[in-house]
Ligand binder design. Structure first.
Ligand code: CA
Ligand code: CA
Length: 193
C-alpha cells in the first residue's frame, strides 16, 4: 500500500504545469477517493428537462410561423377573389339602364342570373360557394370558399354613413370566406357622377 501511494505521489508531481490532475487524494495516509469523472444523475436529469423544454418551445414557434403563413396565404387569395368581383361590379351602371329601376335585381336579372346584371345594386345579397366566374363556371382550387356582396346607399360626403334613400352614392362590400371564416373584405364606392 505504501509503495502504491508513493507511486501516485510521483505521478501527481510529474504532471505538466497547467494540467489538472486530481483523480485521487494524494495526501499521504489518506485513502484514495474517486474523483468526479462525469455528470451526476441529477445533472443529467436537469439537462434532459431543459433540452426537452427548449425543443417544445422551438416546435411551438415553428407551428406559429406555419399558421401565420397559412393565414397570410388565405388572406392574399381572398383579396384576389374580392378584387376580381369588385372590379366586375364597378364596371356596371350606377342605376338600371333599361328596365324600371329597383334596388336589387330587376326582372330580367332574376330570370337570367348574373350574366344579365347591369347595375351595381343587382349584386346586392348575391353570393356563391364555391366562387364562380361571370358565366357560372366554378373557380378551380377554391373548394370551401365563398363570395358574398352587400350594396348600400351611403352619404356621398361621408361614405361610412348608410342612408335610406338614394343620394348619389352606393357602397359595395365584397366578403370572401374560407370554410366559414372571413378571409378578406373589400369595400368600394360607386357614385352617380
Ligand atoms: Ca339591373
Ligand atoms: Ca337593380
Amino acid at each position: 500500500m505504501r509503495r502504491r501511494q508513493d507511486r501516485l505521489l510521483t505521478l501527481q508531481r510529474s504532471a505538466p504545469r497547467g494540467v489538472r490532475s486530481e483523480p485521487w487524494s494524494l495526501e499521504p495516509g489518506e485513502p484514495p477517493v474517486a474523483a468526479r469523472s462525469g455528470l451526476t444523475l441529477l445533472e443529467v436529469t436537469v439537462s434532459t428537462l431543459l433540452v426537452g423544454l427548449l425543443l417544445v418551445t422551438s416546435l411551438r414557434a415553428v407551428g406559429a410561423v406555419l399558421r401565420f403563413r397559412s393565414g397570410s396565404s388565405d388572406t392574399q387569395r381572398g383579396l384576389l377573389l374580392a378584387d376580381d368581383l369588385t372590379a366586375e361590379i364597378l364596371g356596371q351602371e350606377y342605376i338600371e339602364p333599361v328596365e324600371a329601376p329597383v334596388f336589387g335585381r330587376e326582372l330580367s336579372e332574376m330570370l337570367n342570373g348574373r350574366t344579365a346584371f347591369d347595375d351595381v345594386d343587382d349584386y346586392h345579397l348575391w353570393s356563391r360557394s364555391p366562387p364562380e366566374d361571370r358565366d357560372g363556371n366554378q373557380l378551380a382550387g377554391f373548394s370551401g370558399w365563398s363570395r358574398s356582396v352587400a350594396v348600400e346607399w351611403v352619404n356621398p360626403s361621408n361614405p361610412s354613413l348608410t342612408v335610406l334613400s338614394d343620394q348619389g352614392a352606393k357602397r359595395i362590400t365584397v366578403t370572401v370566406s374560407k370554410n366559414g371564416t372571413v378571409a378578406a373584405t373589400l369595400q368600394a364606392l360607386r357614385t352617380d357622377y
